[in-house]
Structures are given as C-alpha cells and as structure tokens.
Write a protein that binds this ligand. Structure first.
Ligand code: GLN
Ligand code: ZN
Length: 776
C-alpha cells in the first residue's frame, strides 16, 4: 500500500445471472426436476465466488455479499423476515427452498415438470411489479395487518461467512426496513404497512447482531425509498428505524444507500439519521453533492455514486473529477468512497463478450466489469493524483470525444426533419366526432366491433423456424414462405369465426421492440448483454447510440400480404415511440424526449406508408407509457407532455378516415386519464378483465370521448373464459360507456398462449359480442 490514503471502491451489488446465464439454466433445470437442489445451490455458490473474485481482480475494495439472490432480493427479504402468506403453508423455522419458489412462481403442485404458465394454479405467486423506475421486477411482499415477523432465513450471515471462508471480507447488503414495508402491500385497503415497523425492527436488530458476531464491520442498508416523495409520517419512520438499528450492534457501521434519484425534500431526514455512511446517486442527481457537502457532519462517510449504474455508456472521467473537486477537497479523504450510482444489477456483465459489436460503438460502452475499472480509476485519481492514471483518463476523454463527433451518431437529416415539427403536424385534421363519422362510413363495422391486440400464438414451430433462419439453416425464402403460410392460416381463421378487424399475427417478430429496433438506424444489438427482468427472465435491451431514422418500410409488406387475403380490414401494427424508448438503453448525450421524438418521426413515416398501402386501421402500442413515469410526482407533467406529444407525432399524419388505435396493457388510468385523452387515439384497448371493469370509472368520470376496448379475456391465464362471463363484463362496461364507444377484445396480445386456448376463447368472445348486439 502506498503512503497516500487509498480511496475505497464499492459496487453496491453486481449482476447475479452469470456471464453465460448459468443461473437461469440451473433454476429452470431445478424447476423441471432435472437437477437437485444441491446442484442449484452449487451453481449459485460458484457464481458468488466468481463475482467476488472478479471484483477483487478489478480493484473493487468494498465487496458486497447478500447482493446475490436466487430469484429476487425483495422476495429474499420477505422470506428472511418470515413474511410468508398463509396460503404457502409455512409456519415456522427456516423457510424451505420450495416455499420460496412457490412465492416466486406459484406452486406447480402435482403438475411439477410441466410448463408453469400452463399448469400451475394450485397456489398463486406473489404479485410482481417494477422496482422503482427500472425494468427489474420484484415480488410484492404481502403483509397482514397483524403480521408477525421472525428471522427465518440466515442468508445474509451465511453468505458473509461463505465469503470469509473464501478469503473475502464483505460488506453485506440488506434491503432497508422502511423501503421493504413501503414496497409491501396489505390485503386490507386502508392499512399502511409502514405501521408494522415496530414489529419488523427486532428481526433487523437480531440480524445486525448476528452479522457483527460473524465478523462484519460494515453493512450496506438500501433505502431507495428516500428518493421518493415521502409524507412526514414516513420520514419519521426513518428516524425511528435507524435510531434503533444504530443501537442494535453499535460497532457495526451502517452505510445507508439511496439511489435512483436525489434526496431533495428528504435530505434533512437522511442527514439526521445516526448512520456512519451515506451513499448518493450522483449520476441522476449530481447537484445534491453540494448541499450534502455543506450540511453533512464531517465524520460521515460519503459514498459517491458517480458512475451510472443504469446505463451502458462509458463515462467521461475528467469532467466527473472536476465536478466533485470542490466538495472532495473539503472532505477528509479517508471518509470518501467511490461507487456506481446504484447496484450494477441493472447493467450487463462484461462488454468483452461482445465480439460482433461495431468497434466504434463498443469503444463508447461500459458494462459492469468495465464500470469497475472506471471506479478504480476515479479512486486512484483522488488518492494518487490524476497523473497516476493519466493514460486511463486520456483514453476516456478520447472515447467521449470520438463519440461526440462520430458520423455514426450524428445524422444531419434527422436533425433537419426534427426542426420542421410544429404544433400543427401533431394534431389530427378534424375532431374525433368528425373523424369517427367518416371512419364509420368507410369501415361499416357492427356495434361492439371485435378485434384482437395483435399477436397470435408463437408456437414452437415458429420459434424453431426463426432460430433455424438465424443459424443460416433455413433460407430467407423458405422462412418467408413459412411465415406467409402462418399469416394466411390465421387470417382465414379470424374470418371464419367472424372477427371484425383482423391482424396478421406478428409471427415475424421476436419481440415488440427488438423487431423495430433492428430495422431502424441508430440502434445496436448485443449477443450476451442480458439483464435480469425478473426471476429467471432476462432481457437484452437494444442500445440506442445514434440519431434514429427509418431507412425502409418495416411492416408494410406483411400487412399488404395479410390484407390481400381478406375483405375485412387488417390492422397495421406498430410499437409506439415511448415504449421503444422505455425498453431500450438510451444514449445519454441527448435528452430522452429528443430521442423519443426521433423514434416518433420514424414511426410517423411508417404510419404514412401503411396508410398509402391502403391500411384503414393502424394500431400503435404504448405498453410502456405508464411505466416511464418519473418517481417524483413533480416530474410527471413534463414526462407526460413529451411522451404524449411523441405519440401524436407518430400518429397524426393520417387522413381523418384512417382509424388510429393504441393499446396499453395495464389498468391504472385514474392519475393519467387527461394525458390518455390527449393522445387522441380513435380507439384505445386496455387491460380490464381482472379488475371487473372498475377501471372504466376513470374514463366515465372524465367523460372520455373516444372509443375504448376494455379487455374481456384475461390472456395471462390459460383458462378459457365462457360466453356469459364475457357478455357479463361487457354489460358492466355498457353501464359506464355509450354503446358506440365500446370495442370487444382480449386484454393483450396472444403470443404466450396456445392455440388450444385461443381458439375457443375467441369464438366465445365473438359470441359474447353477438349476444350484446341483440340485447337492448
Ligand atoms: N401488439 C402486441 C401484441 O399483441 C402488444 C403487446 C403488448 O402490448 N405488450 O403482442
Ligand atoms: Zn398489452
């Protein structure tokens, strides 16, 4: 060790899935009972060891433990504190592995070995929802009003000891008690889980004491809830909790980690807590460092979250060093740590696995492994001076400069086109009333017209054909012929059962974002850059690196072929700009709103081409519009403004007679209904079947003027809904909307279902619409 003080480097947590998705394979094989629990646990252990080794090798000095999870860290926490709902049959002692997986996925019961989605309905899983504003999903803890807690899984201690045995002294990571409760739900409507804090804290106290006994000297407690809008009551909960936790094991130091935004109104609360260290997200909220530097007690350890843990871009290090200089200069260097903005869980593992990526683009990227290198460079610059790392800093500067001026990134034509956007082109020519008259005349649909959301089952044959084509074993001509056959059969079948507005089935699409990204310029795709979406489901988001444009029509020939087979209208089917944006890694050198506009403009071209080809109905899906909402309410307005504007930019270039549909697969519209109305889609289809049409109240109250297709077939379940059941749901919709507004459709696309389920369900759906037409 040099004489100068070494500034420590932390990761806060690293991806768990394995460089080659080892965890997924091990889990799925265990769930199919093709391997034993011991095999699974051994794979998991090996992954932890690999992660620890890699972090040590790359210069990380504060190594996390308990960041690993077999499925989800919130589920781990619920299990650890014994918050296992009664339906899983557990009462005391250590929670068994299969109980844990039953909470994660529902229990397969007797049907073990069969595909869960199709057979498991013995015990339902916990609900799943998005982890803050990431695309990671956690299992929502279910707590009773009188929930009892007990330490029921010693995983944090076990993993700390495992690390020790392996020779690494780790800093265990825990999900903090207040955030845990805030993420939980209670079956009782008016019960606030935060009220359970006094019951929960003893478990955390016991755990901290055990960690101390095991030899831990620091623990990282994650409280990302501190970046949300908190009511005073919740702020008090933090004071209450940390007063107690700091006394539970006085020599065990707490690093309180906040991330996904700035502390803002919670800054005072955070700084008043008796903790030894505070981690700040300085990628999302760099400005908060100045205030913290001014207000924090000088004996606080500051963990500076400088490298973006939510994105894949290589950092430009010199400006970062310049930016923190004033505060770091006034802070004792032994009380500074360098870290990513949040755990590295949300980025892919190692850029070096990408051998097919364009070399320039690759030189602008950094995944988890590369980000560790950036962190150590920053730390060394602080402790040894910038000269000690001049080569690293120079190469970072050069990469940033190259990216800034690269012709691959910048397309003057796109900029030119964006300059022409004005209010006028983002408006339909006439009002909805006028449009709908023209559309009725042309489309001549019955009342309660029937349609589907777009995709039909992606059968094993389709997946195999796609894979064979990708491997070069199925020629393009044969693959295309195969897809046309599928489209033809699907169109014929829809015609036969009497659906009114048909779809081509989306068989050519691997994924609703990727299939567009692959045809747009400005997008790059990776081979191995997986990130966890939930459990054993991982995604490889496209990387938007440059200005987006559409070199060629993307969907027109599929639509044209499908329409040639029938006299009924076939919908043109597109993914909307906001959804493409929200499910990609987005360049960080432009505002997201600008990138979204570029995508919207490209889609506007596609909409125009579909219309010119003769499409009378075009659907633009915005599945991810709601999930892009910022964490802070104060930022909603701005987001919704530009997001809705982008949808309009994509959709308003058509004649009045062309009917624009949109689709959103969720059921909360109360707080965004005015934005939804401002989209001015002629028809919106939404997910409602599970909420018994309750969510239509929002539309009714608002006097929503345009047409609506409330989903009446729950496509998330293999169950085939009966005619009466669906007719009944429609009757409920009629109580809230005018007949002329109502469309009849499933909740979402059918790609994950099997034809055996889809066929009878849609036949019943069409029948339900008929019954309604005959009923006054
Ligand atoms: N059109 C898409 C489909 O049917 C929509 C999917 C979605 O909104 N998630 O699959
Ligand atoms: Zn959907």
């Amino acid at each position: 060790m040099s004489l100068s003080q070494k500034v420590p480097v932390a990761t806060l947590g690293v991806p768990r899935i394995g460089r080659r998705r080892e965890l997924k394979r091990a889990l799925e094989s265990y769930w199919l009972r093709k391997s034993s629990a011991a095999d699974l646990l051994e794979t998991a252990r090996a992954l932890r060891v690999e992660n620890w080794t890699e972090q040590c090798d790359r210069g990380v000095t504060i190594i996390p433990s308990n960041d690993f999870s077999l499925y989800d860290h919130v589920l781990d926490t619920a299990t650890m504190v014994g918050a296992v709902p009664p339906r899983y049959g557990w009462s005391e002692g250590e929670v068994p592995l299969d109980t844990y997986f039953a909470m994660a996925r529902g229990s397969q019961g007797e049907a073990a070995g069969l595909d869960y989605a199709n057979h498991g309905n013995a015990v339902t899983a916990l609900e799943m929802t998005k982890w803050f504003d990431t695309n990671y999903h956690y299992m929502v803890p279910e707590l009773a009003d009188d929930q009892a807690f007990a330490l029921s899984w010693s995983k944090p201690v076990d993993h700390f000891l495992e690390g020790r045995a392996f020779g690494v002294h780790t800093r265990p990571v825990l999900l903090g008690p207040v955030t845990f409760l805030k993420l939980a739900k209670s079956p009782t409507r008016d019960f606030n889980p935060i009220a359970l804090l006094p019951r929960l804290l003893p478990v955390y106290e016991l755990l901290l004491r055990r960690l101390k006994v095991a030899g831990a000297d620091w623990v990282q407690i994650d409280e990302p809830a501190l970046v949300l809008d908190l009511i005073p009551n919740e702020q008090d909960a933090f004071n209450f909790a940390y007063d107690r936790l700091s006394q539970a094991a006085p020599e065990l130091k707490i690093m309180l980690a906040t991330y996904f935004g700035g502390l803002d109104g919670n800054l005072e609360t955070a700084l008043s807590l008796p903790v030894a260290g505070l981690h700040l997200d300085l990628a999302r909220a760099p400005e908060q460092l100045e205030a913290v530097g001014r207000l924090a007690p000088k004996d606080l350890v500051l963990s500076l979250g400088l490298i973006d843990g939510r994105n894949v871009w290589r950092a430009n290090l010199r400006p970062i060093l310049d930016r923190i200089k004033p505060v770091v200069a006034g802070w004792p260097l032994e009380r500074v740590e360098i870290a990513p903005s949040c755990s590295l869980l949300h980025v892919p593992i190692d850029l070096e696995l990408e051998t097919a990526l364009d070399r320039d683009i690759k030189s602008w990227l950094a995944f988890a492994a590369q980000k560790m290198g950036e962190l150590t460079t920053i730390a060394r610059a602080l402790s040894e001076g910038r000269e000690a790392v001049s080569a690293e800093l120079e190469s970072s500067t050069q990469a940033a400069a190259a990216r800034l001026t690269s012709p691959k990134v910048y397309d003057p034509l796109v900029e030119g086109r964006l300059a022409f956007i004005d209010e006028d082109i983002m408006r339909r020519k006439s009002s909805f009333a006028e449009r709908s008259r023209l559309q009725d005349e042309t489309l001549r649909l019955p009342t309660f017209p029937t349609t589907t959301i777009g995709s039909f089952p992606q059968t094993p044959e389709i997946r195999n054909a796609r894979a064979a084509h990708a491997r070069g074993e199925l020629s393009y001509i044969d693959y295309e012929a195969f897809l046309r056959k599928e489209i033809e059969a699907t169109i014929r079948w829809q015609d036969e059962i009497g659906l009114d507005v048909l779809v081509h089935g989306e068989f050519e699409r691997n994924d609703m974002v990727q299939s567009f990204g692959e045809q747009l310029s400005g997008f790059a795709f990776t081979q191995h850059a997986w990130v966890q979406s939930y459990g054993s489901r991982y995604v490889r988001p496209p990387i938007i690196f440059g200005d987006v444009s559409r070199p060629n029509p993307m969907t027109v020939r599929w639509w044209r072929y499908a329409q040639s087979l029938t006299d009924k209208p076939v919908k043109g089917m597109l993914t909307g700009p906001v959804t493409i944006l929200n499910w990609s890694f987005v360049r960080d050198d432009l505002a997201r709103s600008v990138v979204c506009r570029q995508i919207a403009l490209a889609l506007r071209g596609e909409v125009g081409d579909l219309e010119s080809a003769g499409a009378k109905v075009i659907q633009i899906d915005e599945a991810a519009l709601r999930e892009g909402l910022p964490l802070r309410k104060s930022e909603w307005k701005h987001y919704l403004e530009w997001a809705i504007e982008c949808f309009r930019l994509a959709s308003t270039g058509v004649c009045d007679v062309t009917q624009i549909h949109t689709h959103m697969c969720y059921s909360e519209f109360n707080d965004i209904i005015d934005a939804i109305a401002a989209m001015d889609a002629d028809v919106i289809s939404i997910e409602t079947s599970r909420s018994q049409m309750e969510l239509l109240n929002a539309f009714e109250k608002f006097n929503y003027p345009n047409e609506i297709g409330p989903g009446i077939y729950d496509i998330h379940s293999p169950r085939v809904p009966g005619v009466d059941e669906m007719a009944n749901l429609l009757s409920q919709a009629r109580e809230r909307l005018c007949d002329s507004q109502i469309w009849v459709n499933p909740d979402c696309g059918l790609k994950t279902r099997r034809w055996e389920e889809v066929r009878p369900a849609l036949i019943n759906m069409v029948e339900a619409a008929r019954i309604l037409r005959d009923a006054p």
